[in-house]
Design a protein around this ligand. Structure first.
Ligand code: MCA
Ligand code: AMP
Length: 513
């Protein structure tokens, strides 16, 4: 029987000589550490064998909150091989956030950093998880200790294209986070399309400097390199000076706009520093025209901007090959081959070319639904089963897409999504708070910066610094407002709705002045 397990396709793309370098660490303990393709194959096999020894039911989830390391990559591959469902968690998430994800997903296995074991294991055991392992970035932890007792050969579990491979939690405009269910077929079809469209070539080397708990770093970057048998230069954290210094050893770089902004501030960034580079790719948040232009001027390279979502993987891209067209700053390019992209008005009718409307998508890349939330899933699809992205844009007559805004109340800060409703909910629970409004305004580094306006209860004095301190520890740091204002009231319209547009206008220059 054929096997649609994503690992089978990735493994098939490994180079013939398995003893060449697959990953070289650029930082972290013991750097530079070199891992061969054989190392990836053997270690992920041992981890897969460990999971198989647990005799978990098909579809069991493995939730992972660990620091970035090559061993964490091996863990991801091991989960795929064992046919289990990978559930990556941002390392910035705090206990209340982890408690929700673990409670909602009910993973059979949780892997965490050993420094967090005490509180993470408590949450996991309460949710019924029986297996909690640790994994640290210095090749230590109980996961590797246990896996070491297992054989290093492993036949990937047979999975069909529509079997689940991963669940990625994305926050919601209302209510709690939803787990987007992605299949082996979603991941492989998108990886194959990107391999062709971005013209991955023999000899390519990827600088991997993104976190591996979101689509960009975990799927777009890792699958891209593995499916091309290309080595990766592996940064556990992004350091602009160090990244610029390694461009000479690489040909492909992927980043969120903040990474490009920070590299532009490095004096060493020059045409010479990028001499061997073939492709710079940006996504996850809007790339400003000024960044796009400055990059071209400094390096001679035109950044390729693309657009995607956790629910859909990659949707559109500016061209890679000259024959496919120009890369135009401020646009996200054309629908990827096999992906349907259309722009409709709020009555569900197509808008004319160049007119603005909601972006809707369809294709083998689109997820199968939100974990255990059939109603929420149904709400996000049109009657003819196109997925409503919540992004607003316009498509030219030639099919080029430009994103002009979002109908969802979402802030994207440094490539991380922050849902105002979630942050407002946490602020409103703090003692002395009557209500709050959270907005995003232009930020020179993060693209958008989070700002909160808070109204105290009558007779209560609130201190902005105390509010900020109280939020740290309750929510991930990137969600904590960079500025908090205490005011007597929020601006409201005649219907009583908070006028966030007025707040955004008022604070527009806060970070950029
Ligand atoms: C860190 N901080 C942030 C952010 N990151 N605040 C707001 N937004 C952020 N993104 C906080 C830290 O907690 C710290 O707070 C302070 O800012 C300074 O930290 P710093 O050292 O500057 O941060 P860093 O560690 O250098 O991180 C910045 C970063 C990182 C490298 C830009 O945020 C990052 O890796 N972003 C990439 C996100 C990503 O991969 N997104 C892809 C999503 P304090 O001082 O209070 O402690 S996938 C996706 O969107 C779709 C599918 C797609 O299309 O790709
Ligand atoms: P997430 O679901 O967390 O991966 O975030 C997906 C959202 O990021 C999309 O719905 C867009 O709003 C935004 N996004 C991704 N890529 C781009 C881009 N190139 N330009 C503008 N927004 C983007």
């Amino acid at each position: 029987m054929s096997n649609d397990n994503l690992y089978v396709a990735l493994r098939h793309a490994f180079p013939a000589d398995l003893d060449t370098v697959a990953v070289e660490t650029a930082d972290g303990p013991g750097a530079p550490r070199r891992y061969t393709w054989r190392d990836l194959d053997r270690a992920s096999g041992m981890i897969a064998n460990l999971f198989e020894s647990l005799e978990l039911p098909a579809g069991a989830r493995v939730a992972v909150q660990t620091d970035k390391s090559v061993e964490a990559l091996m863990l991801y591959l091991g989960v795929l091989r064992a046919g289990l469902v990978y559930l990556p968690l941002n390392t910035a998430y705090q206990s209340a956030e982890i408690e929700y994800f673990v409670g909602n997903a009910e993973p059979a296995v949780v892997v965490c950093a050993s420094r967090n074991f005490a509180w993470v294991s408590k949450i996991a055991f309460r949710a019924g998880t029986r297996n909690v392992y640790t994994l640290d970035d210095d090749i230590s932890g109980t996961l590797l200790e246990r896996a070491a007792a297992h054989a290093d050969t492993h036949e990937p579990a047979v999975r069909r294209a529509n079997d689940l491979a991963a669940i990625l939690y994305t926050s919601g405009t209302t209510g709690r986070s939803k787990g987007a269910m992605l299949t082996h077929g979603n991941l492989l079809s998108n990886a194959r399309v990107l391999k062709r469209y971005w013209d991955w070539q023999p000899g390519d080397v990827l600088i991997h400097a993104l976190p591996i708990f979101h689509v960009h770093g975990l799927f777009v970057a890792i699958h891209g390199a593995l499916l091309n048998g290309s080595p990766m230069i592996w940064f556990s954290r992004f350091d602009p000076a160090a990244a610029v210094a390694r461009l000479k050893d690489a040909s492909v770089f992927m980043g969120v706009p903040t990474l490009y902004v920070r590299m532009l501030a490095e004096p060493a960034l020059s045409r010479a520093a990028c001499a061997g580079m073939r492709l710079f790719i940006s996504g996850s948040a809007p790339l400003l025209r000024e960044t796009f232009d400055a990059w071209a001027e400094r390096t001679g390279h035109v950044i390729l901007e693309r657009y995607g979502m956790s629910e859909t993987l990659m949707l559109t891209s500016n061209p890679c090959r000259a024959a496919d067209g120009q890369r135009v700053g401020g646009t996200v390019g054309f629908a990827l081959p096999g992906v349907g992209v259309r722009v409709h008005d709020d009555k569900g009718m197509p808008v004319a070319a160049g007119d603005i409307g909601g972006i809707e998508v369809k294709g083998p890349n689109v997820f199968t639904g939100y974990w255990r939330m059939p109603e929420k899933t149904a709400e996000e699809f049109t009657p003819d089963l196109w997925f409503k992205t919540g992004d607003v844009g316009r498509m030219d007559a030639d099919g080029r897409l430009t994103i002009v805004g979002r109908s969802k109340d979402l802030i994207i800060s440094g490539g991380y999504n922050v849902y105002p409703a979630e942050v407002e909910g946490v602020i409103n629970e703090l003692p002395g708070v009557a209500e709050s409004a959270v907005i995003g305004v232009p930020h020179p580094d993060f693209g958008e910066g989070v700002v909160a306006v808070i109204v105290p209860r009558p007779g209560t004095a609130l201190d902005a610094a105390v509010v900020t301190a109280a939020l740290k520890g309750k929510i991930a740091n990137f969600k904590v407002p960079k500025q908090v204002y205490v005011e007597v009231e929020l601006p409201r319209n005649a219907m009583g709705k908070v006028q966030k547009n007025l707040l955004r206008d008022r604070f527009r220059g806060l970070f950029t002045r």
